[in-house]
Design a protein around this ligand. Structure first.
Ligand code: 1GP
Length: 252
């Protein structure tokens, strides 16, 4: 059980964490080795794998291929129980606490148990909070839930605190894949002030400025997916920009 412990240690040491999200549905296996090489050369500390709609078995095939090329922890970020693979190192055990659809609050989690009990995956209980960002995102469509308005900051804070009260070990503020507006600095800093578990932020981050802003506001771990799908040179920015506040995190 090292993934969570390492996240806590990084937070304590004020080191910032960075996850590259790979969507099995949008990734060609033949291009993985090259892509992972770029991840290895960047400041990334984690590889997340998941998507809203993924063909059955695609996740496991992808995870096996990723593990061949990197020592970084591979963490499942599943949109559905079909995306569980014991070839990964851990899983964000998500509950969509911004929504009111019992399927995504508890039902899918119950159904996942029979798969998870036979794996060595490190389970990372995560309060997943979807915040409106200007467009309807895949999470919203698939989960059939409404995101919280980005203007309703007190509700976002209360939802995050409720997640922590329920025992969730991570809070994930999600703007949605390809979001027009990433989570604002104000939301990140206000939530961070009020919770003591590590804070993950993702959705719509596509520039160094946005990445640094998320970290400066209090994000402990930032997730980026679409920016790499659209523009792999984002890796070069991550590698070359020495002003970036990302600190080296010891590889696992
Ligand atoms: C989506 O938070 C992640 O679930 C990452 O979003 O693809 O917009 O980087 P992007």
């Amino acid at each position: 059980m090292t993934i969570y412990k390492d996240i806590l240690n990084a937070v304590k040491a004020q080191e910032k964490l960075f996850a590259v999200l790979i969507d099995p549905d949008k990734t060609k296996i033949t291009e993985i080795a090259n892509f992972i090489e770029r991840i290895n050369q960047s400041k990334a500390t984690h590889v997340f794998v998941g998507g809203s709609v993924v063909a059955e078995a695609a996740t496991e095939i992808l995870v096996i291929e990723i593990k061949k090329h990197t020592a970084l922890p591979v963490v499942l970020f599943p949109g559905d129980i079909t995306q569980i693979s014991d070839r990964a190192d851990g899983i964000l055990f998500l509950s969509l606490i911004s929504g009111r659809n019992s399927d995504y609050l508890i039902d899918k989690q119950v159904k996942a148990v029979s798969k998870l009990v036979n794996t060595n995956l490190e389970i990372l209980p995560t309060g997943y909070i979807l915040i409106e960002n200007g467009i309807e995102t895949a999470v919203q469509k698939v989960s059939q839930t409404q995101p919280i308005s980005r203007r309703h900051i007190q509700l976002i804070i209360d939802t995050a605190i409720a997640g922590e009260y329920l025992g969730m070990k991570l809070i994930y503020l999600e703007a949605g894949s390809g979001a027009t507006y990433p989570i604002s600095a104000e939301i990140i800093s206000k939530v961070k002030e009020r919770i003591s578990v590590p804070l993950i932020v993702g959705g719509g981050i596509s520039s160094m400025y946005q990445l640094e802003e998320a970290y400066n506001s209090g994000a402990d771990l930032v997730v980026v997916g679409t920016a790499f799908e659209q523009n792999e040179s984002f890796f070069d920015e991550l590698k070359c920009n020495e002003s970036v506040i990302l600190n080296e995190v010891e590889k696992f």
